[in-house]
Design a protein around this ligand. Sequence first.
Ligand SMILES: Nc1ncnc2c1ncn2[C@@H]1O[C@H](COP(=O)(O)OP(=O)(O)OP(=O)(O)O)[C@@H](O)[C@H]1O
Ligand SMILES: [Mg+2]
Length: 233
Amino acid sequence: MLSQKQLIDFKNITKTYVTGPVKYQALKGVSFSINKGEFVSIMGPSGSGKSTVMNIMGALDTSTTGEYLLKNKNISNYDNDELAEIRNQEIGFVFQSFNLLPRTTVMENVKRPMMYAHFDKNKRDERALEKLRLVGLEDKVGNLSNHLSGGQIQRVAIARSLVMNPSIILADEPTGNLDSKTAAEIMGTLVELNQQGVTVIVITHEEEIAGFSKRVIKLKDGLISSDKKVRRK
Ligand SMILES: Nc1ncnc2c1ncn2[C@@H]1O[C@H](COP(=O)(O)OP(=O)(O)OP(=O)(O)O)[C@@H](O)[C@H]1O
Ligand SMILES: [Mg+2]
């Protein structure tokens, strides 16, 4: 039976990448579901399929076979426009590949997703400020994005991921380039957001970082090798 609280449902998802004559099956049948309000870490060795899972979850890519239900809607066969709409409305991304625009203010960076969504122009400043306050950066709104520390850059990325009030935050190695103290601060911010009801899914290589979550899904060679609840430290 479908639970109303179920947000993400992966049903036997496979992904085969085709590069010229070469085919590579990165996901070999992955099934799990994630409920509203969870805080999940995805772990596993390099090449095990973590980013592939994240890209499908985030509607940045589609599976080769299997079904992906997001809020009980099967989005596996959505076209590019429909996927873009889903991304904009439902998902906040904190990916290293989606860096801030250089030489552009913190405020402009955070407001950008609202521009794409044609969000009411008069409410953009207020909404961006609300999210910057949430990550403790209201005093940096006028800074250029290249005049910030690494941790502050990640916090701007988190504020930006939140402006459309998404139901899910997906973060691929959000603390990858940060020292351990700053990394703990970023994870603290994600824990606070989770306590306010946002579902958070984080890819990490580090047990320390996974320790902030409530559940750890481990991947190995394109399959789930374990899926366990953990006690948050
Ligand atoms: N666009 C692509 N075309 C072809 N192969 C790909 C593509 N993207 C990923 N792969 C392959 O699929 C496998 C899984 O890649 P994925 O990026 O999901 O791994 P990962 O677990 O995120 O690894 P890492 O920890 O290094 O980021 C790898 O063997 C990778 O080389
Ligand atoms: Mg990856």
